[in-house]
Design a protein around this ligand. Structure first.
Ligand SMILES: Cc1cc2nc3c(=O)[nH]c(=O)nc-3n(C[C@H](O)[C@H](O)[C@H](O)COP(=O)(O)OP(=O)(O)OC[C@H]3O[C@@H](n4cnc5c(N)ncnc54)[C@H](O)[C@@H]3O)c2cc1C
Length: 370
């Protein structure tokens, strides 16, 4: 008899898991708290790496379609100093395919395809066992042979396997966005280039990233206590802008304008799970993606979530024997990969938002092709 499998969360990790299982002919239930695919703005852009996110899409049979919609030109990267001087200006070769960018919404639509997601399903917890019981906010309960927690940083599945909770890194981010930059903010479009621009100062940075259609996401990143905004109403756009601009006092005007012209501000403090987060295997429940290994957002999280999902789906579908033995073996492989990336991204965050801007520049010199 086929195993009953559920995945909680229709993010990049959960959807890749479900899509690969679906491709391999195995039924899967996707439980997502959002009321529909367009219930909230999908967010910015993701760069998918050749050996990670792109490999996962290949396993899902979606690589060619990814290549058709992704933006290789989005791999362009400029590094500036707070005076506005361009220190580095990398432009990808036209056939460079190492890390093309894709909008989160485009990726979600690509992965959704024929999947039958159960929207509006708020999971409150899972009770493990021979038949793991998923509990819902409306009091219902449903039992599966395997429940995969792909429900992100604040996972409600995680407590079934691990007591770990995310810890604040000491770095916060405030996101804003600009629309139609090529028509309405041509000076800023020129500053950003075709992909992303990062400006690195002492313990703070401003990063601007193009998504498709002339949109730009801008992130102000700085070291601050978690309650840095006490007394500030973050929905008061002008008050928030004043506070942010004061943090970047003395920076060149075009760089400040990236914040100065933003429409609204969203607070995104950066949290992480421990670098080597593992757990004693629990029958019928596992985690993948941010739920298992939340790390600083330095271009790895969605890639890892997707490869976790693709590989777990392959393992489960190939299994002729005991589901828990298969999941346990996959967890060992997933933990080892995640720990390597968690260490890399933790060290990266220290250099990018740290006391020595030269360390940030050196980091880019190490990872960019010359
Ligand atoms: C600003 C920023 C930029 C980033 N850029 C990149 C990048 O370029 N490349 C990269 O690889 N990574 C990037 N990341 C990291 C990446 O976004 C995450 O690592 C990735 O989204 C994790 O995917 P996931 O599927 O594990 O979880 P998520 O994307 O968080 O998805 C979890 C899903 O679970 C649902 N859910 C949550 N709780 C419940 C519940 N109780 N019941 C039911 N459903 C629930 C949520 O609604 C959501 O749909 C970035 C992150 C940030 C913040």
């Amino acid at each position: 008899m086929r195993q009953r499998i559920a995945v909680v969360g229709a993010g990049p990790g959960g959807l890749t898991f479900a899509r690969v299982l679906h491709r391999l002919g195995h039924p899967v239930v996707v439980l997502e708290r959002d009321r529909g695919p367009d219930a909230r703005p999908p967010g910015g852009t993701l760069d998918l790496h050749e050996g990670l996110g792109q490999l996962a899409l290949d396993k899902a049979g979606l690589l060619a379609r990814f290549r058709a919609v992704s933006r290789p030109e989005g791999q362009a990267l400029r590094i500036l100093d707070p005076a506005g001087t361009v220190l580095r200006d990398w432009r990808p070769h036209p056939d460079e395919r190492a890390n093309p960018e894709i909008d989160r919404g485009q990726l979600r639509d690509l992965l959704l395809g024929p999947l039958d997601v159960r929207w509006g399903q708020q999971v409150t917890g899972v009770t493990p066992g021979d038949g793991a019981a998923v509990r819902f906010a409306d009091g219902r309960q449903e039992t599966f042979d395997l429940v995969v927690g792909a429900d992100g940083a604040w996972s409600r599945v995680r407590p079934a396997v691990s007591p770990a909770t995310p810890r604040y890194t000491g770095v916060t981010a405030v996101e804003t966005s600009l629309d139609d930059v090529d028509a309405h903010h041509r000076d800023l479009a020129g500053l950003i280039g075709d992909g992303a621009a990062g400006v690195y100062g002492v313990n703070r940075a401003i990063v601007a990233q193009r998504t498709s259609g002339g949109h730009v996401k801008v992130y102000a990143q700085f070291r601050a206590p978690l309650d840095w905004h006490a007394g500030l109403d973050l929905t008061d756009v002008e008050a928030t802008r004043r506070v942010l601009l004061a943090l970047f006092d003395g920076w060149a005007q075009p760089v400040r304008d990236l914040l100065g012209r933003g429409a609204a501000f969203v607070h995104r403090p950066l949290h992480v799970l421990p670098v080597s987060h593992t757990w004693a295997h629990v029958q019928g429940v596992t985690l993948l993606g941010d739920a298992a290994h939340l790390m600083p957002p330095l271009g790895a999280g969605a890639n890892l979530a997707m490869l976790d999902g693709a590989e777990l789906a392959e393992s489960v579908a190939a299994d002729g024997g005991d589901l828990d033995t298969v999941v346990r073996a996959w967890e060992e492989r997933m933990w080892a990969r995640a720990a390597r990336w968690a260490a890399i991204t933790a060290a990266g965050l220290d250099r990018l938002v740290g006391p020595d801007p030269a360390a940030a520049l050196a980091l880019f010199d190490e990872v960019q092709p010359s």
